[in-house]
Design a protein around this ligand. Structure first.
Ligand code: HEM
Length: 437
């Protein structure tokens, strides 16, 4: 039996093989799986038989189910003219569209005097699975760099786009892993599929861009939709319990998708704070259970907040004003103090992956969390929470200190990006309204 057959049979046995290619808005809904449907197959890569549509109101890779693997890539635009930037966005759109449609590259009819256009590692047949998405974001440096308006676009910059601040307490930023003119979030069910897409894009944009940093990552072992977090990060805690419900369109509109506050071309998009957060796992693993639970504010096994027994029951901070039960410096209390409207409007959509880069010079695990916080306004949401709640030593009370978790984690790279709305028609390209307006 071929390995392909084995994989498909395994998926069928698990009830996973769905109708293959899907198109239109319905596919976005199809990109979300009910609890318990994703497999935990030993020795198998659980590639799901589904494609995410490229065309859509919003780009794929934000509210579509996170697949198994991710490649975060930051690119520098090296071409200098507005025309070449347009050509770049057209090429990125064209290649992303084709790759997401499951076309790994031209199949046959190659001229043997030229390098093959399809590098070949994904084969030559159309793919019907893998849930590849290529989400494209724009960094502040695409608009202005060293005080210069690079492509005549400075006046059209999204209102809250800026480089990621260098002064966020606790960060240990590696300049080699920071920022970028363009972000690609390439995600699919297989790391090879991500690499293939990246390689294809690099070949097709030669002379226009050059990669600045790349960080691969992978999905958590157990998964469930938001609101039922089986997914556990490297600290061993369920992560995603209190995330935004991506099916709640009103919530997405108020907290994630940009609106009339932005220039016309930038409406219907979103911002993302990408944070590569290293975790000191050896130190964390030496903490006793009570310390670990106090640091997060939830029970390790059940995921319930420390004042509850059920994962989904909301904590009651008003009944615990001094943090005797859920510590004032616990992660959940610092990141969402539940102050009513004042903190509700600070919430963001979190979409995380894990990473592991081997070991560092001291033999310690170089691993952690690839945090992506999607917000309608980065300054009012992600950055506000970080500065005013999490690392504010006098929040929620004088003398509380920064969140305890910061003893064990540090952000080492990433950046702020604006993610334009999706491309809705075949003859359009990403951010065309920015470039043609
Ligand atoms: C290594 C870094 C991080 C780890 C290990 C981590 C882990 C967790 C865990 C275990 C939870 C509880 C389960 C849940 O409700 O989802 C949680 C909740 C949360 N985290 Fe993080 N997190 C990290 C970084 C961040 C960052 C950078 C932010 C944003 C500033 C953030 C914002 C939140 C928010 C808003 C919640 C929900 C709190 C609530 O509504 O009760 N986290 N995180």
């Amino acid at each position: 039996m071929s390995s392909e057959m084995t994989r498909r049979s395994a998926l069928k046995a698990l009830g996973l093989a769905t109708a293959s290619a899907v198109a239109g808005g319905a596919a976005v809904a199809a990109g979300r799986h009910p609890a318990g449907q994703l497999p935990q197959v030993t020795g198998q890569t659980p590639v799901v038989e589904e494609l995410f549509p490229f065309e859509g109101v919003h780009q794929a890779g934000i509210i579509t189910d996170p697949p198994e693997a991710v490649l975060l890539v930051a690119l520098e635009v090296i071409s200098k003219t507005p025309d070449s930037l347009t050509r770049l966005m057209q090429t990125l759109t064209m290649r992303s569209r084709e790759l997401m449609r499951g076309q790994p590259g031209p199949a046959t009819v190659e001229d043997e005097n030229f390098p093959p256009r399809n590098t070949g590692e994904m084969g030559y047949d159309s793919l019907k699975d893998g849930r590849l998405s290529i989400m494209i974001g724009l960094g502040a440096s695409l608009f202005t760099k060293d005080g210069k308006d690079r492509f005549g676009l400075a006046s059209r910059k999204p209102i809250a786009l800026k480089p990621m601040p260098r002064d966020l307490a606790g960060d240990r930023l590696n300049p080699a892993m920071l920022d970028g003119d363009i972000l690609l979030q390439i995600s699919s069910d297989h790391p090879l599929q991500n690499l293939h897409a990246f390689r294809d894009i690099l070949r097709n944009t030669k002379g226009l861009v050059s990669p600045v940093w790349v960080q691969p990552g992978f999905q958590r072992y157990l998964k469930a939709p938001s609101g039922e977090a089986n997914a556990r990060g490297l600290l061993g805690f369920k992560d995603g319990t209190s995330n935004l419900n991506t099916r709640d369109d009103a919530l997405m509109t108020s907290l994630v998708w940009t609106g009339s506050e932005e220039p016309g071309w930038a409406q219907g998009g979103t911002y993302v704070a990408v944070r590569i957060i290293r975790e000191q796992l050896e130190r964390w693993d030496r903490l006793n259970l009570a310390r670990q639970e106090a640091s997060i504010g939830r029970r390790k096994t059940t995921g319930a907040t420390l004042d509850n027994t059920k994962e989904t029951t909301l904590p009651n901070y008003a009944a615990d004003p001094d943090g005797d039960i859920v510590p004032l410096n616990s992660h959940i209390r610092k990141s969402n103090p539940r102050l009513g409207e004042e903190s509700e409007r600070r919430r963001m959509l979190r979409r995380g992956f894990l990473y592991m880069n081997g070991i560092d010079k001291s033999g310690l695990l170089d691993a952690g969390f690839l945090f992506q916080g999607f917000c309608r306004n980065l300054e009012e949401q992600f950055e506000f929470v970080k500065r005013n709640y999490m690392v504010n030593r006098n929040f929620p009370k004088k003398g509380t200190g920064a969140q305890d978790l910061d003893e064990y984690i540090a952000c080492i790279g990433g950046g702020y990006f604006f993610v334009p709305a999706g491309v809705q028609q075949e003859d359009r390209f990403l951010a065309d309204a920015l470039l043609s307006g």
